[in-house]
Ligand binder design. Structure first.
Ligand code: CS2
Length: 472
């Protein structure tokens, strides 16, 4: 046995319970994938799929993972021979398994040149990215990672280092096309030859990703240490469920992700729509209502009187009628399974975590549903309550008077709109509906919809979110 202070390392693997050991020999596979964004979601999702794919079908698809800004996970992985554990927790049971899919880690802020060189390395045939929604705002300068990606692709073009697929794993409809647009913007000042090489050799398949992975807590690390008998400072905890829908457009091969349960398809559109409007739409709805009501987690919010009924009505009467589901998928059953997943009490997903970046999340998750329902001539009173809850949330005070953080790329514009608002519910709603990046004109100028939002906002202000849900 290893002592209490020992770290997860190759030398510790033989001492781990057999079911916790990696599926592949650490370091045996050569590099084939670069992943940009070393967050918890990547570790619990793409890394797991890729390890299982290599375990089942072989191939040099080891992942070199790039940490954009934060050193903590990068340092931990280097100290741990690039391994980390994934704890999958169902209501009463946790599986812990060490993943050995990584063959390298880089720290972009410390060594951007190494990232550019790696992207031009002919052994790399797939790049995956988890950047979060706000990285896809096309205006202005590219972000750090999109800037590095663009430089890497230009270097690859100059070296003629072979075709490549660049795969966005962010929660946005048609994420591949969005990423292609960002890259095109970022390389528009480059030479025509490089631009043509990129257009002819780089594919941007779209994907729909799904797995609930809360931010890591000390509790996660304690749980993993108790199971493994060694410290793991890069461990993550997640639900057992996972899904990956991948547009099969890879000009230079890919890991056999279908061996790990991924669905390869020629159109991710129906899956995107289903997942973003159902899972993410309900998630954001509960996050704003729960944060106002002082609930720490999504599961606690769902347990508020009236909350599950509210979510079910929002689902059945406003979201489901807008969907064109993928063939063979029953969207109503999917919606119920989503609510069951949210109710998993072992997954402490904080309402404030899901509530971040609302200006980026509301459009694909809620606003599009409202607009489609409007085109069907139907009102959306429950989605209006969600929009009102977001508006109350960005005012910055929970129902019990505690402050709420506004962590959003449009925070400045939101605050300015609030500062200019006429007093009273109608004034605040009108001011925030003026944020065109969030609410298109057709949404903002619909008087019936606006009346619903104002009434909901007034209810939330007067009674609080918990009483409003209970009284519906
Ligand atoms: C969540 C997502 O934080 C959020 O906005 O809605 O991260 C959600 O947990 C994942 O999309 C689940 O696949």
């Amino acid at each position: 046995m290893t002592g209490p202070g020992a770290l997860l390392r190759r030398s510790a693997l033989a001492g781990l319970p057999a079911e916790c050991r990696p599926l592949i020999e650490p370091g045996a596979a050569g590099p084939g994938v670069v992943h940009l964004g070393l967050g918890a979601f990547f570790r619990a999702h793409q890394a797991v799929y890729t390890e299982e794919a290599m375990a089942s079908a072989g191939g040099d698809w080891g992942i070199v993972a790039v940490a954009p800004r934060s050193r903590a996970v990068f340092d931990a992985l280097r100290a741990q021979d690039l391994m980390f554990a994934v704890a999958s927790t169902a209501a009463h049971h946790t599986d812990v398994r060490v993943v050995a899919a990584l063959t390298g880690v880089l720290y972009a802020a410390g060594d951007p040149g190494a990232v550019v060189a790696l992207l031009a390395d002919p052994r790399i045939r797939v790049v995956t990215l988890t950047l979060t929604e706000k990285a896809y705002v096309a205006a202005g300068e590219p972000g750090v990672i999109t800037g590095l990606l663009a430089r890497g692709l230009l270097a690859r073009a100059r070296a003629d280092a072979g075709p490549l697929a660049v795969v966005s794993c962010d929660n946005l409809p048609g994420n591949g096309g969005r990423l292609r647009d960002l890259v095109s913007q970022a390389v528009r000042a480059a030479g025509t030859r490089e631009q043509e090489w990129i257009a002819g050799n780089v594919a941007f398949p779209s994907t729909t990703v799904d797995r609930i992975v809360p931010a890591v807590t000390p509790g996660t690390l304690d749980l993993v240490r108790a199971r493994l008998g060694v410290h793991d400072l890069a461990a993550v905890q997640t639900e057992p469920y996972r899904q990956w829908i991948v547009e099969d457009a890879f000009p230079h091969g890919r890991p056999a992700w279908e061996h790990a349960g991924a669905v390869l398809t020629d159109d991710t559109g129906p899956y995107d729509q289903l997942k973003l409007r159902t899972l993410n739409g309900l998630h954001s709805s509960l996050a704003y209502l729960g944060a106002l009501a002082g609930r720490a987690t999504i599961a606690e919010t769902l347990a508020l009187p009236g909350a599950r009924e509210f979510a079910e009505l929002l689902l059945a009467e406003e979201i489901l009628p807008t969907l064109t589901p993928p063939a063979g998928v029953d969207p109503a059953a999917y919606g119920q399974s989503v609510l069951d997943r949210f109710g998993n009490p072992a997954i402490r997903h904080r309402t404030l975590q899901v509530a971040t970046d609302g200006s980026q999340k509301l459009p694909p998750r809620i606003v599009r549903t409202v607009l489609d329902r409007r085109a069907q001539g139907r009102p959306t009173p429950r989605a209006a309550l969600v929009v009102a809850a977001w508006m109350r949330f960005v005012q910055g005070t929970a129902d019990d008077g505690r402050p709420l953080p506004l962590d959003d790329p449009l925070a400045g514009r939101i605050r300015a709109a609030l500062a200019d608002a006429r007093p009273g519910p109608a004034g605040v709603v009108e001011a925030l509906l003026g944020l065109r990046a969030v609410f298109p004109a057709a949404f903002a100028h619909d008087t019936r919809l606006r009346e619903l939002i104002v009434a909901a906002f007034a209810d939330l202000t007067r009674h609080g979110a918990a009483a409003t849900l209970a009284g519906l």
